[in-house]
Design a protein around this ligand. Structure first.
Ligand SMILES: Cc1ncc(COP(=O)(O)O)c(C=O)c1O
Length: 305
């Protein structure tokens, strides 16, 4: 189980036009880990699936929005490793299904919907008991996949490369992947998270996850909150132009929700001289490319693929 993933490659991104401190930028292509369970999803699911298998569970149940990378990845993982999967989707059904949900269903996921106010209470005992009554026994994976086992898996993103870079940059949704990277580095380098949501709650979330892992002493990290482009899944023409220019110049596909914002923020930091002279900066490509189909369908093929 979880043996056949490719080793993700690290490539150097071409020298950027404005790079006053001659920083060297690299990308760890976690998006190449697996065609469906890509990027941080593979890392976050690995130990959860092993735990589910060990506990004799046969059904995975999880939550997500209608375009969720996590929903798509759980559907793919369940199919590949022989679990039944149930996806509880926020809001009402919209037909025809968007590409994310259509592919999830095609991979065998059973889709159900929760109205937004119940969805907000999805991790409470009352809602879980109701779901158990409805679906029977299941292994619960939280929305976004973040739990202690996900953090353990995410720590492996930096295994063996802890000493190779001065900065490790990644997009933050729940902050679980960043927490894993911080624990994996065990104090080496600097972790720079880029929040893809509006608000400054990430630092608190990461801190509390680190404390739960008895790693509260680690302080070599920070979260930048300036590149969310208005909030989760929000964008403007600057972001779209950046993603398309980056694809043309570097032949690396970025998505508009996570990695586009990450690389935009990292390149702005380079331009502005944030990183010291000749720093080695690693931007972790956490996947999420499945979402482009649905985005392009809604927004008139803005993203070049
Ligand atoms: C492609 C991608 N990158 C980054 C993230 C952020 O990960 P985390 O929620 O662990 O912060 C997510 C999902 O949440 C994602 O789908």
């Amino acid at each position: 189980m979880f043996q056949q993933a490719q080793i993700p490659v690290i490539t150097e991104v071409f020298p950027l036009a404005q790079n006053p401190n001659r920083v060297r930028l690299f990308s760890k292509r976690e998006d190449l880990l697996h065609p469906i369970i890509s990027g941080n999803k593979w890392r976050k699911l690995k130990y959860n699936l092993l735990a589910a298998r060990e506990a004799g569970e046969t059904t995975l149940l999880t939550f997500g929005g209608a375009y969720s990378n996590h929903i798509h990845a759980v559907a793919g993982a369940a199919k590949e490793y022989g679990f039944k999967s149930i996806g509880i989707i926020r809001g009402e059904e919209h037909l025809p299904l968007n590409p994310t949900l259509a592919e999830a269903v095609k991979m065998g996921m059973e889709i159900h919907y929760l109205d937004r106010s119940t969805y907000r209470l999805k991790h409470t005992g009352a809602v879980i008991r109701k779901l158990q009554k409805q679906f029977g026994k299941f292994y619960l994976i939280p929305e976004g996949g973040t739990n202690a086992l996900a953090i353990k898996g995410a720590a492996e993103i930096v295994r063996g490369i802890e000493n190779d870079y001065d900065y490790f940059c990644l997009a933050c949704g729940t902050g679980g992947t960043a927490t894993g990277v911080i624990t994996g580095l065990a104090g080496k380098g600097q972790v720079l998270g880029f929040s893809v949501l509006k608000g400054d709650f990430h630092a608190g979330e990461i801190k509390s996850w680190l404390q739960k892992q008895q790693q509260g002493q680690l302080s070599n990290w920070q979260v930048n909150t300036s590149y969310h482009f208005g909030g989760y899944a929000k964008f403007d023409w600057r972001l779209i132009k950046f993603i398309n220019d980056f694809k043309r110049a570097q032949q690396i596909q970025l998505d508009p929700v996570y990695t586009g914002k990450l690389f935009y923020g990292v390149c702005e930091h380079i331009k502005q001289g944030f990183f010291p002279e000749q720093a080695r900066v690693l931007a972790i490509h956490t996947g999420g490319l499945q979402g482009i189909k649905g985005f392009n369908q809604r927004f008139n093929n803005l993203i070049i693929t």
